[in-house]
Unconditional design. Structure first.
Lengths: 230, 124, 246
């Protein structure tokens, strides 16, 4: 089943094109690495899928529909920016999320709370950056979402938190769940990906299966990344 | 836990790693391999990659899958002997390649090997 | 229910603010009532809340939208599988609740202040008229909120000149609101009038004190105002759904 389908998808901000004619199909159950330097359009692409932004041209479909109310029920989006209500406690944050999603799994929420090592009584504004990143990921993974979008989940985060986040993503793997992870840090996480999509200045210039690319080029995805963006 | 060289397909390295463990007797014929999820978690790789590795092991006749029960190391034919043979051959190939790279003749390589064996005082 | 959850979130987010401003108002009114014979008491107890509170409510209404963007919580809010009408509806309810909570001590304080200030007793229907006018201020606020929302949301629907667009839509919104609701009120002319006796204060002269004059408010104005406010509310929700970005 096709989960994401972008046809000639474009997005313009003023005079600059954040995305230019992107054609991409992502199938169910894949873990996809969306790779590129800052400003290459990764974040814009994820926001379009999440329904938080609207195309300037072309079309994008998520689970067969244009992003909107119906797709939001099945999509979990974790932005790079801290989007939490700072006055809430960790517990309030989880409860607030639980209240809106039919696919929220409370048992899973409790499990993740322990795994991510977060104090339910702590205020969001007292959490460190790594703790907030863990909390954000937890909100997404406590749901049985069909499509999970993670925008730069590893950047600027302490190594122990990064490790937890990586393990959390692996724990959440399901055959009917598609995960798209944008990152400019490829090395430590490339083993997560089934497929990789390289973006540059809003255009896809390389996309394929990670293992095939390794076999064809005799290089790691990280090495290919470094060469392409040199 | 193996250390991966990410410039080669990961699933092949998982296959190699499991073959090695079978050849060394760490994984006995009939032993159940970890679930996709558990091994993926342990190796910090995508579960699809582990699945790909298990499929490759099946294709080579080293493992088989029982529906709903998991993947097991084959019992008949017992893969241990052939794996030992194969891995030893690979090691020999690698040695010869290195000798050639260093500009030595195979004769010299063989003599060196004999000398090393003597040093260890091994008779068999 | 999503509306109630969002309403709870809005109320909780402004709780500190509500407590603080309520405390200030209660303090002002107590000070004014205790010092009713001083010349500055009316400025403190009547003018400050009558001018300050509307400005405060206008700014909190804008803030209710902009805060989600400033603190990046719009990412979360707009990701929720909730209709945009519900998001704005919860904000409207929260703003209205806040309006009632904060204006109540001011309205009571001002009433008591006049009671103290004016030596003669109030005319018989003064109290009911006072309450009537106060309740009318709620309706006035309900019609202002959608215009604020439309203007505030527009700012996030454009990539540039956000502040200018917001200002233009705010001013234009009031203008259009006046035009359309006046036209609609004409159509609804058959509706009765709400009778209201409006107080006037006589300072000096033989009739010193409060006099009541018969007036009325056409119901058609109230109904047309609410209908047009509803329309503007819907426009703001559409804008939020199809144009606004984070």
């Amino acid at each position: 089943m096709t989960v994401v389908e972008a046809v000639n998808l474009s997005k313009r901000y003023g005079r600059t094109w954040a995305l230019r004619g992107v054609n991409l199909v992502i199938e169910e159950g894949m873990v996809v690495g969306l790779l590129g330097p800052n400003g290459s359009g990764k974040s814009t692409f994820l926001r379009l899928l999440a329904g938080l932004s609207h195309p300037s041209g072309g079309e994008v479909k998520v689970l067969g529909e244009r992003p909107g109310l119906a797709t939001k029920k099945q999509v979990a989006f974790v932005p790079e920016i801290d989007h939490l209500y700072r006055w809430m406690r960790v517990r309030d944050t989880l409860d607030f999320q639980a209240g809106f999603y039919a696919d929220f799994d409370p048992a899973r929420g409790e499990e993740l709370l322990t795994f991510m090592n977060l104090d339910p009584g702590a205020r969001v504004y007292n959490l460190s950056k790594g703790q907030r990143a863990r909390l954000k990921l937890m909100l997404a993974l406590a749901r049985q979402a069909r499509l999970v979008l993670l925008d730069e989940p590893f950047s600027g985060i302490d190594p122990p938190s990064r490790e937890r986040i990586l393990q959390g993503i692996l724990m959440a793997y399901r055959q009917d769940r598609t995960v798209i992870i944008s990152t400019h840090l490829v090395g430590e996480v490339e083993k997560l990906f089934d497929q990789v999509v390289f973006l540059s200045q809003g255009e896809v210039f390389l996309a394929g299966e990670a293992e095939s690319l390794r076999a064809e080029r005799g290089k790691s995805i990280d090495e290919i990344f470094r060469e392409e963006y040199r | 836990m193996p250390h991966f060289d990410e410039s080669r397909p990961i699933y092949l390295q998982i296959v190699d790693w499991i073959c090695r463990r079978v050849a060394r007797g760490e994984l006995a014929p009939g032993a159940r391999l970890p679930s996709l999820r558990d091994l993926a978690q342990e190796l910090a790789v995508n579960p699809n990659t582990v699945q790909h590795a298990y499929q490759e092991l099946e294709r080579q006749g080293i493992a088989f899958t029982k529906r709903g029960q998991g993947t097991f190391i084959s019992e008949s034919p017992d893969p241990v002997g052939s794996l030992r043979q194969r891995l030893a051959e690979q090691a020999a190939e690698a040695y010869l390649k290195e000798i050639a790279n260093l500009g030595l003749s195979f004769r010299e390589g063989l003599d060196l090997l004999a000398e090393k064996i003597k040093e260890r005082g091994v008779s068999n | 229910m999503s509306l109630l959850r969002l309403y709870g979130k809005e109320m909780r987010a402004s709780l500190g603010d509500i407590i603080m401003v309520t405390a200030v108002i209660v303090l002002l009114e107590i000070l004014a009532i205790l010092n009713y014979d001083k010349p500055w008491s009316a400025a403190l107890g009547v003018m400050v809340p009558m001018v300050g509170l509307p400005l405060y409510f206008l700014s909190t209404s804008f803030e209710s939208i902009h805060r989600e963007w400033n603190e990046h919580t719009a990412y979360w809010l707009l990701s929720l599988p909730v209709r945009e009408e519900v998001i704005l509806g919860a904000k409207t309810l929260a703003l209205l609740s806040r309006f009632i909570i904060l204006t109540l001590p001011a309205a009571i304080g001002i009433y008591l202040f006049f009671d103290k200030l004016i030596p003669v007793p109030f005319p018989p229907d003064f109290t009911s008229t006072y309450i009537g006018l106060y309740v009318l201020s709620w309706f006035l606020f309900i019609t202002v909120i959608p215009i604020v929302f439309l203007a505030a949301v527009s700012r996030h629907a454009v990539q540039r000149w956000g502040w200018l667009v917001q200002a233009l839509i705010f001013v234009g919104g009031f203008w259009a609101f006046g035009k359309v609701s006046a036209w609609l009120a004409g159509l609804l002319d058959f509706l009765p009038w709400l009778s209201l006796r409006v107080p006037g204060i006589m300072i000096g002269g033989p009739q010193r004190g409060i006099t009541m004059a018969s007036h009325g408010i056409p119901l058609s104005m109230v109904v047309s105002g609410l209908l047009v406010a509803g329309l503007i509310f819907y426009l703001a929700a559409l804008l939020l759904r199809y144009r606004v970005e984070v």
